[in-house]
Design a protein around this ligand. Structure first.
Ligand code: XIL
Length: 375
């Protein structure tokens, strides 16, 4: 009898010690803690996360991230669907969440041809508006949105995707109606609306020489005109084979060389076959579903998982190498299950592009990144 009691006591004592050890296990350390003093670790928040419905994602956000970006709710279409009528409910919640949790808040985005409301470029008869009217609309939009979150949103993606791969200006309505000047006007208005906010230019395929050179020229031009620009955002919607680390690093150094911060703004890595590599992250690109384009619908095999892990880790090693030039690394979402990469550029696929899997578990690379910060 006594022996049995002793055994129970020993088991209990061992249990307490063991659970005490667990409590100090390094896995409790979040990415944001490990990366402290290097760069912010951010994630894009979708509507369900902003609304507080996706509690599993929120838990991850709390542990690992200290910066947030609005995935959709602050784009011009969602935020001003009708001229003069602003939908501030979700953006307010997004900003409040960031303020309550002391996060670095990024507003995405002020001037972008995509997800812009149709009314923005036409009059009541459906005819294209004049240069003056479009400038006035941009001004009102920026003053209203940036003004509302003055002193709250830390950083704005002022202009998104204004250049082509070859470095020429993208022929958007902003460009066609106003000309190149829309860029400086947008930055001027944003600065006037909140003089303390950081302002950045954001684009995809920034590793490409054409776009790299165009962005460097544009940043230098804005600076020469005395305008405020704090950073360049490299979206970083990547694949397993592209871009090469060399071309990525060359762009990073070129942007940093203009004297601004580099932000990695929308990082994700697709393991799925790409129907056309030229699309970069062109949201309007769309291809028909084919079974063979969705090879991992039942799960990602070990070999592919390991390769994805390595690719992510190599990127983070590069980010750490240039930690003094990088302000923030943001992943475009939290868990694989809600990534836009499941539906772009082909709808209905099963993709694995983020750091947290479909069951909201950290992929092994999270621990590897934390380890890499200590080396
Ligand atoms: C994407 C969102 O993730 C999707 O939910 C939406 O349907 C389309 O836009 N570049 C950008 C982001 O700057 O705003 C895009 O986000 C992805 C590409």
């Amino acid at each position: 009898m006594k022996k049995a009691l002793l055994k129970i006591w020993l088991l209990m004592a061992f249990g307490i010690i063991a659970s005490g050890c667990n409590a100090q296990a390094p896995s409790e350390e979040g990415l944001k803690d490990a990366l402290e003093g290097k760069f912010y670790m951010g994630a894009a928040m979708n509507d369900q996360v902003i609304l507080g419905n996706d509690t599993s994602s929120l838990k991850i956000l709390q542990q690992h991230f200290n910066s947030i970006t609005s995935e959709n709710v602050m784009k011009s279409g969602p935020i001003q669907p009708v001229e003069g009528e602003f939908a501030f409910d979700l953006p307010d919640r997004f900003v409040d969440y960031g303020l309550q949790n002391g996060l670095y808040i990024v507003g995405h985005c002020l001037v972008w041809h995509s997800q812009a409301p149709r009314w923005f470029f036409v009059d009541e008869k459906g005819n294209e508006v004049s240069r003056e009217v479009l400038i006035e609309r941009i001004k009102t939009h920026i003053f209203t949105v940036v003004g509302r979150y003055k002193g709250k949103v830390d950083c704005w993606d002022v202009v998104n995707e204004a250049f082509e791969d070859n470095g020429s200006w993208r022929k958007t309505k902003f460009y066609q109606i106003i000309g190149e000047e829309f860029m400086e006007l947008a930055f001027r208005f944003a600065h006037e609306a909140d003089p303390d906010a950081e302002l950045i230019y954001n684009d995809y395929s920034m590793h490409q020489k054409g776009r790299r050179d165009a962005v460097v020229n544009m940043v230098n031009d804005l600076k020469a005109k005395g305008l405020r620009i704090d950073g360049v955002g490299m979206q970083a919607h990547y694949g397993m084979g592209h871009p090469g680390f060399d071309e990525f690093e060359e762009s990073l150094l070129a942007f940093s060389g203009t004297g601004v911060d580099v932000h990695i703004t929308e990082l994700d890595v697709t393991v799925l076959p790409t129907p056309d590599r030229r699309v970069g992250a062109e949201v309007s690109a769309s291809f028909e579903y084919q079974e063979k384009m969705n090879p991992y619908a039942k799960g990602l095999p070990e070999k592919e998982s390991a390769a994805l892990n390595d690719r992510y880790l190599d990127f983070f090693k590069l980010f750490l190498k240039h930690g003094d030039k990088i302000k923030r690394v943001t992943t475009w979402g939290i868990s694989d299950i809600h990534s836009w990469k499941n539906n772009w550029p082909i709808r209905g696929r099963t993709n694995y592009p983020l750091l947290f899997d479909r069951n909201y578990q950290a992929k092994p690379v999270v621990e590897d990144i934390i380890k890499a910060t200590k080396q």
